[in-house]
Design a protein around this ligand. Structure first.
Ligand SMILES: [Fe+2]
Length: 210
């Protein structure tokens, strides 16, 4: 495949951007593979937890699956902690940003706020208010976020749970990432800074995460 010839954007041509966009489409289509590759980085160190973050992610997704929830939510469960190694102080932002172009905004909100909602189960041990999530009681994603944390995420530290292997979830992840980013809005090949953006603010604390 060809490549653009400009050395600065203000000298670029339509042909240059057609070339870049063709490259981007290929890159975009391979996103799910790269995301799953990154999930493997959570293997190994337990960080004091009973199981490592990789096993925790598989278990959270398996528990969601076993509850009969929709595929998009299962993929959210699989990837919700994927940012743990890159952004340990605000990891939920990473998963929310990665999935945001492909999923329901309410599920983006759910992932973005799962740290705070999960805190219902441990914040008291840090002298923090376990009921802090009640500030969002009237939010349309409150119920799903509470369910996500209470029924699947916070329970997913059992070494004996029959989690599915990653391969089981691969087709699901591929289907989600094959959706048109942002429903087909502005070209994904747009230069950095031009991407569609802006979602709701984040509420999080920076103690422990799961
Ligand atoms: Fe988690």
């Amino acid at each position: 495949m060809n490549q653009a010839r400009f050395t600065r954007f203000d000298e670029s041509t339509a042909d240059d951007w057609a070339i870049i966009d063709a490259h981007f489409q290929i890159y975009q289509n391979d996103a799910s593979r790269r995301v799953l590759e990154h999930l493997l980085r959570l293997k190994g160190d337990n960080h004091g937890y009973p199981i490592d973050r990789y096993a925790h992610c598989l278990q959270t997704a398996s528990r969601a699956l076993d509850a009969g929830i929709d595929e998009e939510t299962v993929v959210c469960a699989l990837l919700h902690d994927i940012g743990d190694d890159l952004a340990p102080a605000n990891h939920a932002e990473i998963a929310a940003a990665i999935l945001e172009p492909y999923i329901d905004p309410l599920n983006v909100w759910m992932i973005r706020h799962h740290e705070l909602f999960q805190g219902y189960h441990y914040r008291a041990f840090y002298g923090l208010d376990p009921h802090a999530r009640e500030a969002y009681r009237d939010h349309p994603a409150y119920a799903r976020t509470a369910r996500f944390c209470d029924e699947w995420d916070q329970r997913a530290f059992d070494p004996d749970y029959p989690s599915r292997p990653l391969e089981y979830f691969v087709p699901m992840v591929e289907r989600i990432f094959s959706r048109e980013p942002f429903g087909g809005a502005p070209s994904g090949g747009a230069p950095p800074g031009d991407a569609p953006a802006e979602t709701s603010g984040v509420a999080s604390d920076t103690k422990v995460r799961s």
